[in-house]
Design a protein around this ligand. Structure first.
Ligand code: NAD
Ligand code: IPM
Ligand code: MN
Length: 349
């Protein structure tokens, strides 16, 4: 099997965690007979520094021609400052890439790993058994609606078409069929027109697929995520709600540093795999970032890009074993560095 990936290290802790994920990918590829080819491309703030734009043409072309893309994170305070003076934002590169690769379905799992109960801010009996998959719509809604900047007034439009809702709803139903079969859809249908469309389309898709669906308003969902997180399985929601709720779910399961994601398009097209966290400017350059979100994203890449299920499970098993054996980076209350964490996972492979 061959696997040709593009690596976008990006900014802040991005290069630190993609480096760790690549170490693991290379080890698993060797043992599983996968011929791994990878190449770095500039992206985000690093690309702005190198050539003035966050998503250079050559980077985009390489991503579209790859089997899959492994991304670290983009952004940082320096770029936020420069953007006030009219410079492009690193985050625009990420949105552009999601749009150009048509990555409409973003899978964001958060599971409480055995032994990590104490890392959760919630009481052990509340968080025990938590295993959530948020399916976040990724190429529509507020992120891609008409935008008007302004100092007196500003505008962000929130458009959704039935077709956009339908395709991500089908992805969520598919995911739920492979798990417990419980599907929750989150919206704000008591206020938003797009949420009423969302609910109607999700109901239709669920009925066609013979799947039961429970609708929960997003404010209540924010509450349930901390009061009874273990009752949820697959949670389908729109772009902005999914962004917010997935950070929350990750913290419930111990740390944002643990959470991976897969951003998928239509079958046969490359996906993008990245931890859900950002560039973490507060800890960048110190070698202490938790690499597990990136490492688990590499596992998702193996699974979704080339169907290398055995290799993916090997990585997931090694992470679980390393955590069970006591691996704790700073975000989990321990002292392990990025390199030590990577070694601990390698050792379990
Ligand atoms: P963040 O996720 O970067 O950091 C939030 C907190 O979590 C910080 O305290 C950070 O130290 C901690 N954290 C994050 N990842 C960690 C890891 N792997 N190990 C240990 N601790 C970790 O969110 P933020 O501070 O709101 O955003 C910083 C920048 O990142 C912004 O410019 C934002 O736009 C960008 N961002 C990018 C992405 C992405 O590229 N996909 C995602 C989110 C935020
Ligand atoms: C994420 C990030 C991005 C988002 C930003 C950096 C554009 O927060 O991937 O969760 O909001 O989607
Ligand atoms: Mn986010």
């Amino acid at each position: 099997m061959r696997l040709n990936i593009v690596v976008l290290p990006g900014d802040g802790i991005g290069p630190e965690v993609t480096g760790a994920a690549l170490d693991i990918l290379e080890a698993v590829s060797r043992s599983e007979g996968i011929e791994l080819q990878h190449r770095d491309y500039p992206f985000g703030g690093a690309a702005i520094d190198a050539c003035g734009q966050p998503l250079p043409e050559e980077t985009l072309r390489a991503c579209l021609a790859s089997d899959g893309v492994l991304l670290g994170a983009v952004g940082g305070p320096g770029y936020d400052e420069a953007a006030k003076r009219g410079a492009p934002r690193p985050e625009q590169g990420l949105l552009g890439l999601r749009r150009e690769m048509n990555l409409f379905a973003n899978l964001r799992p958060s599971r409480l790993y055995p032994g990590l109960e104490a890392a959760s801010p919630l009481r052990e009996e509340v968080v025990a058994g938590t295993d959530i998959l948020i399916v976040r719509e990724l190429t529509g809604g507020l992120y891609f609606g008409e935008r008007e900047e302004g100092t007196v007034s500003a505008l962000d439009r929130l458009p959704y078409s039935a077709e956009e809702v339908e395709r991500v709803a089908r992805a969520a139903v598919q995911a739920a069929k492979g798990r417990s079969g419980k599907l929750v859809s989150v919206d704000k249908a008591n206020v938003l027109a797009t949420s009423r469309l969302w609910r109607m389309v999700v109901d239709r898709v669920a009925a066609e697929e013979g799947m039961e669906v429970e609708h929960i308003l997003v404010d209540a969902m924010a509450m349930y995520l901390v009061s009874e997180p273990s009752r949820f399985d697959v949670v389908l929601t729109e772009n902005l709600f999914g962004d917010i709720l997935s950070d929350q779910a990750s913290a419930v399961a111990g740390s944002v540093g643990l959470a991976p994601s897969a951003s998928l398009s239509d079958p046969g097209r490359p996906g993008l795999f990245e931890p859900i966290h950002g560039s973490a400017p507060d800890i960048a350059g110190q070698g202490i970032a938790n690499p597990i979100g990136a490492i688990l994203s590499a596992a998702l890449l193996l699974r979704y890009a080339i169907g290398a299920e055995t290799a993916a499970r090997k990585i997931e098993g090694a992470v679980e074993a390393a955590l069970a054996a006591g691996l704790r980076t700073r975000d989990l209350g321990g002292r392990a560095t990025t390199m030590e964490a990577t070694k601990a996972v390698l050792q379990q492979l």
